[in-house]
Design a binder for this molecule. Structure first.
Ligand code: G
Ligand code: G
Ligand code: MN
Ligand code: NA
Length: 253
């Protein structure tokens, strides 16, 4: 648990950083939002990615501290971009422990109030697996969050065990197609069929659809022909620090 103790210390010492990955409106070819992705600037080990410490934070019961930091940082940053004329949404990932935290709605309210960011510019991402867990309680928590005017996204869609009946009951405004379906997409292949079907499902339910893992112009063109709403991926940018994202906004990505 050495790394766990270090993570407690690192969070308290302000070693977590938030990077941002652009989300582009496909029809208008314009950046409309960012996803906030946490990194840990470890003093000896360098920049650590969330796959090395999120599950550790969950095991230690400190993911709420991590989420509070990411949420406040991301919302403040989106308010700063907004003040300089860039009206972006900002998406923050939540873990199961966050949804089970009775203080979460108040934490969200406080972050929005402090920053002045309009609630509808905050998107909270919940993975498909989490959304399908302990369903009635999760649906109630999501509804409480939704009452604040924040938007809700179902992340990694297609990889978990979604039922259409549950999907219909979830108050989500966005589906994020998992990157495993999008990265190697080619017209006429099975992934293209799955993606097309997912876009149609989302639209039939009045939900916008984001494709993750868009790495090529060809993938983007195919998604455009399938009327996908938004694209995110290395074709536009990898996740970058706020100052670099500001640079991308200024050149008009
Ligand atoms: O680039 P990437 O390595 O950032 O992200 C890897 C995974 O970590 C993704 O599944 C992402 O959802 C998750 N992740 C990134 N940032 C956060 C965060 O702030 N909180 C939570 N709970 N998960 C995150
Ligand atoms: O929350 P989620 O699992 O969706 O986090 C997004 C993850 O996907 C991050 O780890 C991010 O670095 C990664 N990612 C974003 N765009 C791409 C891409 O185009 N290709 C690949 N391989 N990974 C990506
Ligand atoms: Mn995500
Ligand atoms: Na995802």
């Amino acid at each position: 648990l050495a790394l766990g103790e270090e993570l407690r210390r690192g969070i308290a010492a302000g070693e977590l950083e938030v990077h941002y990955q652009p989300q582009t409106d496909i029809a208008r070819r314009r950046m409309v939002g960012v996803e906030a992705l946490v990194r840990w600037r470890h003093p000896e080990r360098g920049l650590l990615f969330p796959d090395t410490f999120i599950s550790l934070a969950e095991d230690l019961g400190i993911v709420r501290d991590l989420t509070r930091h990411v949420l406040q940082t991301a919302v403040d940053q989106a308010a700063t971009w907004r003040a300089s004329g860039h009206d972006l949404s900002v998406a923050v990932n939540l873990a199961l422990a966050d949804l089970l935290d009775p203080e979460l709605p108040a934490v969200v309210d406080a972050a929005l109030a402090r920053s002045g960011l309009p609630a509808h510019r905050l998107v909270l991402e919940i993975t498909e697996d989490v959304a399908m867990t302990d369903e009635d309680h999760i649906v109630a928590v999501l509804a409480r969050l939704r009452d604040r005017g924040v938007e809700l996204a179902l992340d990694d869609f297609g990889t978990g065990l979604s039922s259409l009946a549950r999907l219909r009951r979830l108050p989500v405004q966005e589906l994020k197609i998992d990157r495993s379906f999008v990265m190697g997409i080619d017209a006429g292949d099975e992934d293209a069929s799955i993606v097309r079907m997912t876009i149609e499902l989302g639209h039939a339910l009045g939900i916008r659809v984001v494709a993750e893992g868009v790495e090529t112009e060809a993938a983007l063109d195919l998604l455009a022909s399938q009327r996908c709403d938004t694209a995110q991926g290395f074709h536009f940018s990898r996740p970058v620090p706020a100052t670099e994202l500001t640079g991308l906004l200024e050149v008009g990505v």
